[in-house]
Design a protein around this ligand. Structure first.
Ligand code: PLP
Length: 468
């Protein structure tokens, strides 16, 4: 950066402080109430007309910049509004937010120990702690930019585990590799297959039962069939907390099948991984989790860490480095003055990597493991309560009769469609009403329960942090 005069530097710092004050005033000290809108919704062109998005030859003054910051707040979704019940995330935990700010202010790069000594050590230790919560004595891990990328790490690692030579020579000489996942799993598994060059059609989807859990016998059958066709199973994705129904696959049964066929078992616990922290709920939802070869967990979902915060973990110690390293000599020299094992950046797919660990660590330190457990248990409790309300409410109907993870899925049947035969036409009509209702809710403020209908088939009850 070009050097600045003292005055210019002071001016710039003043702007940072003004922005911080704005955040304090508009977001932190006056979080929106239930009466306020979650968003001042404008259609794209209206938004373009309303805000000065254009980049100019000359810079703006600070007053104008501050006005733009206010616009950003004004036209953004207020995730701290108690009526914000969108899927999977919520306003950030305040300690996590502080961690994010500190991270941004330090703006360092998590590739080498010399660039990020504190964070490299912290990442290693925190990942070790989580591995021990899973039940692994050793292993490795890395923070990834989101659960989808975490799942891609898993698929790549599984390929490397089976065919290390593919790193240099490509997939062509591996034979016809196929991966397996349930039909309720997250779409990022298919995206991963695309990214690693496997091809989406080589992800075989396995049937689920009425609760959205993978049927182990179907998995076994699909693997045997694939083998009989000359294909090579190498990767199974099991899910803890499917995105819609919140289902957890049976890791014990899936683990046994993977062992039998010598296939990598990955658990996508992006959503349900936070249940690891609950003694009560991990028993039901994460039994057999230690059998996995790799796991992805997103504390930015149920736990409320600020986006993005994703842990990729594996029980193999050196595999990440073996699989991903390119040994760039300008960065990862072996003759440095410290232990270069701490230059963990070559394990990553990235070069420059954002620090994502501080925001989780700070909230964990502030709340303690017990505090986090309480947040998770409270979310599960709230989901049960919500389910009981849905059960009693006329016109509302549960999609499945139980709460899984914290997902409560329900239909809202408007009066005009009640008491009729539920034909294919009827379901189509119900779908149309849902769209209409969503549109109306964008326009108006509605009562508490009706607002929940924003996501009719699909609602995930996220932590009510501030009511704990
Ligand atoms: N896995 C599951 C089960 C999810 O629900 C999601 C996102 O909703 C993901 C993976 C992808 O995570 P991310 O949005 O962090 O990429």
């Amino acid at each position: 950066m070009a050097s600045l005069s003292r005055e210019a530097l002071q001016q710039e710092n003043k702007f940072v402080m003004e922005t911080a004050k704005l955040i304090e005033k508009e977001i932190l000290s006056s979080p929106p109430t239930r009466k306020e809108k979650v968003i001042n919704f404008l259609h794209p062109q209206e938004l373009i007309d309303r805000v000065d998005f254009k980049l100019n030859e000359s810079g703006m003054n600070q007053e104008q910049l501050l006005k733009l910051c206010k616009d950003a707040i004004k036209y953004s979704v207020r995730t701290s509004n108690p009526m914000f019940v969108n899927q999977l995330y919520h306003a950030a935990d305040p300690y996590s937010l502080a961690g994010s700010w500190l991270t941004e202010a330090l703006n360092t790069n998590q590739h080498t120990f010399e660039a990020a000594p504190f964070f490299i050590v912290l990442e290693q230790l925190l990942l070790r702690e989580v591995r021990s919560i899973i039940g692994w004595e050793s292993g490795d891990g890395i923070f990834a930019p989101g659960g989808s990328i975490g799942n891609m790490y898993a698929m790549t690692l599984a390929r490397h585990h089976k065919y290390p030579e593919a790193k240099r020579k490509g997939l062509a000489q591996c034979g016809h590799l196929v991966a397996f996942t349930s039909d309720e799993a997250h779409y990022s598994i298919k995206k991963s297959a695309n990214w690693i060059g496997l091809g989406m059609d080589n992800v075989i989807t396995v049937k689920t039962n009425e609760f959205g859990e993978m049927i182990p016998a179907e998995l076994d059958f699909a693997m045997v069939k694939a083998k009989s066709e000359g294909k090579i199973p190498f990767f199974v994705n099991a899910t803890c907390g499917t995105t819609v129904l919140g289902a957890s696959d049976s890791f014990v049964a899936v683990g046994e099948i993977c062992k039998k066929h010598d296939v990598w078992m990955h658990i996508d616990a992006a959503w349900g991984g936070s249940l690891l922290l609950s003694k009560k709920h991990r028993k039901e939802s994460l039994k057999g989790v230690e059998l996995a070869d790799s796991i992805v967990w997103n504390p930015h979902k149920m736990l409320g860490a600020s986006l993005q915060c994703t842990l990729f973990l594996t029980k193999y110690q050196n595999l990440l480095k073996e699989c991903n390293s390119a040994s760039a000599t300008y960065l990862f020299q072996q003759d440095k003055f410290y232990d270069t094992q701490y230059d963990t950046g070559d394990k990553s797919m990235q070069c420059g990597r954002k620090v994502d660990v501080l925001k989780l660590w700070l909230m964990w330190k502030a709340r303690g493991t017990n505090g986090l457990e309480h947040l998770v248990d409270n979310a599960c409790h709230q989901a049960l309560y919500f389910q009981s309300l849905i059960k009693e409410r006329p016109g509302f109907r549960l999609v499945i009769p139980r709460v899984q993870c914290t997902n409560v899925c329900f239909w809202y049947v408007p009066p005009s469609l009640r008491g009729q035969e539920e034909t294919e036409e009827w379901w189509k009509e119900l779908g149309k009403k849902r769209l209409l209702l969503m549109y109306k809710l964008e326009e108006t403020e509605e009562s508490f329960l009706i607002n929940f209908c924003l996501i009719i088939v699909y609602l995930l009850l996220v932590l009510f942090y501030f009511s704990v």
